[in-house]
Design a protein around this ligand. Structure first.
Ligand code: BGC
Length: 740
């Protein structure tokens, strides 16, 4: 039995008999005498009115999240629900049918004393049913507007299916591609994570949460989870206050400023105080410094894990540490529902702390309009999913996310008559969805091979051979692959990772592809035929053995359901590739961590590896095009500027080739010396634009000196120092003088 149907039956057993579902205020039993039920009363007054009426037990229940149905993330083995209290605050909803949600909601509305609606959450990470490229690939588009729109599509499909709240975006800066969760974030740069995170928040939440097509966003994992030691998931993180502010907090601040309704606390121990019991990050910074008014949910079981982390002596203690630090909702630890009442009685948690947490949860429910519209209209799947414009957007995002890493002239493929399409990824469907594929369906995936057939089928003969599987040691398919390669003018070789090889709990000690894939490529290379390597993966790979054998390399990532047209168009030259790496590809796993915005060593001429290069294979921002761009000099409205002033910078970029193309201009700043040392360069602004062949576009950066040329100290105070500051754009430099 499929897992959703199974859950429906379970639910039916739970809440039957089910009377007709009511949508109107009147049929929900709403009367305007009760303040909190009156939509015309300001939200804060409604929150206070409701809070006043609640018993301690009812309050505590609002702070818990259980699950409804079965999880498809094998890491969090789903719980079959047999007894969900009508007063529970939130449920992770693993279904796609509004009917299921509505039945559960009806249980809450009609069988709880105050009729407080349940908040239904789900991991809508890169799409709900229309699956977009993984977030790491989305970052390589450098197109925040496209990312915003993809999140709006995800929100529309999710909300129409009964989900009010997504656990996304993940804005964890990550410098270690051994950590599988690099797939879920926006790469190695704090500014980029902030820009894409803010765009995602705007996409999910739209103009108002109280809209039938938007969902509440959740910035995760707060904070520093991406610093996991040696790339191992869930482990300790050593983060100084300076690095916390420079690197890890920055994107969360942008997300909070964009209006994110919720934040998820992280699993990791942050230099001795786990993220889920960290008063400094959860209260001092998030609430007091940034004024965040939404609520904080723990990550799955994170409160209970305070015991394993040797911070709490038992679950009751764990709950106390968490709520006193600033946690509002406990996801699946059952610390709050089981022990908070006793903690309150014993004075270990005070009523104000409890009330504040409840206030924050209720506020989001009111903002979402759940009291007025607790139920999801039951529309057909056709009207909800895979709309034409959603698929078109998925195609655009895929096109812009793919990165041409190498090209010795083999691409675009012109005039080829015989093409061998080889490799385990050539006909993969599920493999293209990537981690957290939501309710993506393998049958919806446009496989790479089909895209190639459509693109080249009429002008070119194609032969396919799988060659080998993703891993294992079965080389029996090599012979057929070699035969196809010998016959062909060019080999298009599809290698990469399975969907489940990245994402949560998918750390790898080596980021090289399995040996069998190397052997396949090496065997094919012996035919002497040019190889165009297409990679589909969820993390940067170690490519030092493969790169010399390839005439061209396209990083296609895990593009979701609609990547085949994008890839085929890039291969043929119909589409000019415009993706740029949002994360460094090390030359070797042993170089990790390696990222562009490192701090400068005291010896720039020494300290290199003795056994290999110290440079990465591909750097942050790398990505080729079928055209060429020339940058003119940077000009500034002034080269001397006040600490609190503003500056207008411009740079002209000319498309000097003969194909239209989209160029991303990255604006970096570099401080020659400062009281607290700064990274060698830091991204402060980027913009992507179409430049027609032969034409020039002028790109601009409006600099807020304090914000863009300053930096946070270890207490989060913004420092601007007088003196020189270098602006870097591609190969151009300009020095600005900051004065008092
Ligand atoms: C993950 C979160 C996710 C949550 C709910 C956790 O294991 O770390 O990213 O949102 O589960 O599924």
């Amino acid at each position: 039995m499929n897992r959703y149907r199974k859950t429906v039956y379970l639910l039916l057993a739970l809440v039957a008999p089910v009377p007709a579902i009511a949508q109107s205020n009147a049929s929900c039993g709403v009367t305007t005498e009760v303040l909190y039920r009156n939509p015309n009363v300001p939200i804060e007054a409604r929150v206070e009115d409701l809070l006043r009426r609640m018993t301690t037990e009812e309050k505590i229940m609002q702070l818990n999240q259980y699950t409804l149905g079965m999880n498809n993330n094998k890491n969090n083995v789903g719980v079959e629900v047999t007894d969900i209290p009508a007063t529970v605050g939130s449920l992770i909803f693993f279904g796609t049918e509004p009917d299921l949600r509505n039945r559960m909601q009806q249980h809450a509305m009609e069988h709880s004393r105050l009729g407080i609606p349940i908040l239904f959450g789900h991991d809508v990470i890169h799409g709900f049913r229309t699956i977009f490229p993984i977030p790491l690939a989305q970052a390589c588009t450098w197109n925040t507007e496209a990312v915003r729109r993809s999140c709006a599509v995800a929100a529309q499909e999710a909300r129409m299916s009964g989900v009010d709240w997504t656990f996304s975006p993940m804005v964890d800066v990550a410098h270690d591609p051994r950590w599988g969760r690099v797939a879920e974030g926006y790469g190695e740069d704090p500014f980029a994570n902030g820009a894409f995170g803010a765009a995602a928040v705007r996409g999910y939440q739209g103009a108002s949460l109280d809209d039938s097509l938007t969902v509440a966003a959740c910035l995760k994992h707060y904070v520093g989870y991406g610093a996991s030691e040696a790339g191992r998931d869930y482990v300790y993180t050593e983060i100084s206050r300076q690095t916390l502010w420079d690197t890890y907090l920055q994107p969360f601040k942008r997300g909070v400023q964009a209006g994110a309704a919720t934040v998820m606390s992280s699993f990791n121990d942050i230099s001795g105080t786990p993220g889920s019991a960290n008063r400094y990050t959860l209260t001092d910074v998030l609430r007091e410094k940034w004024g965040f008014e939404g609520f904080v949910v723990s990550d799955w079981g994170a409160v209970g894990q305070l015991i394993t982390q040797r911070h709490a002596k038992d679950l009751k203690h764990a709950g106390e540490l968490a709520i006193n630090a600033g946690m509002d909702m406990d996801m699946m630890s059952h610390a709050f529902d089981a022990h908070l009442a006793a903690s309150l009685e014993e004075g270990k948690v005070d009523t104000l702390t409890l009330n504040n947490a409840v206030r924050r949860v209720l506020r989001v429910k009111f903002q979402l309009g759940l009291f007025e519209h607790p139920y999801t209209p039951e529309n057909s799947t056709d009207s909800r999913f895979l709309r034409k414009e959603s698929l078109a957007l998925a195609d655009t995002v895929a096109q812009e996310s793919m990165v041409l890493l190498k090209n010795n002239g083999a691409l675009p493929l012109k005039g080829k008559k015989k093409m061998a399409v080889i490799g385990p990824l050539a006909k993969a469907d599920h493999g293209l969805l990537g981690c957290w594929w939501g309710h993506g369906n393998d049958d919806d995936v446009d496989v790479f091979y089909d895209g190639i057939m459509r693109e080249f089928g009429s002008q070119c003969q194609l032969r396919y051979a799988k060659g080998c599987d993703y891993d294992g040691d079965d080389a029996t398919g090599f012979a057929e692959a070699v035969k196809a390669a010998r016959w062909a003018d060019v080999v298009v070789l599809f290698l990469g990772e399975k969907s489940r090889w990245s994402g949560e709990n998918t750390s790898r000690a080596s980021i090289a592809l399995p040996e069998i894939q190397h052997r396949l490529m090496e065997t094919l290379a012996q035919t002497g035929k040019p190889i165009v390597l297409v990679l589909s993966n969820g993390r940067p790979l170690e490519l030092n053995r493969m790169e010399p054998l390839a005439s061209a390399i396209v990083e296609a990532w895990q593009p979701g359901i609609n990547g085949a047209n994008a890839l085929a168009g890039i291969l043929s030259g119909r589409i000019n590739p415009s993706g740029r790496l949002a994360i460094t590809f090390p030359y070797s796993t042993g170089q990790i961590p390696i990222y562009y915005n490192r701090r400068q060593s005291g010896r720039t001429h020494q300290g290199f590896y003795n056994d290999m290069t110290s440079n990465p294979l591909y750097s942050f921002g790398d990505g080729l095009s079928y055209t060429t761009y020339t940058y003119g000099d940077i000009t500034a409205s002034a080269t001397q500027v006040d600490k609190n002033g503003r500056l207008h910078l411009e740079v002209p970029v000319t498309n000097t080739g003969d194909m239209d193309g989209q160029e991303t201009v990255f604006w970096f700043v570099s401080d020659p010396y400062s009281t607290i040392t700064r990274p060698v360069k830091e991204l402060k602004h980027f913009e992507k634009r179409m430049i027609k062949a032969g034409e020039t576009e002028t790109f601009a950066f409006d600099v807020d000196v304090a914000q863009d040329l300053g930096y946070p100290d270890g207490n989060g105070n913004q420092v601007v120092e007088v003196g020189e500051m270098t602006i870097l754009v591609k190969d151009k430099k300009l020095t600005i003088n900051i004065t008092d």
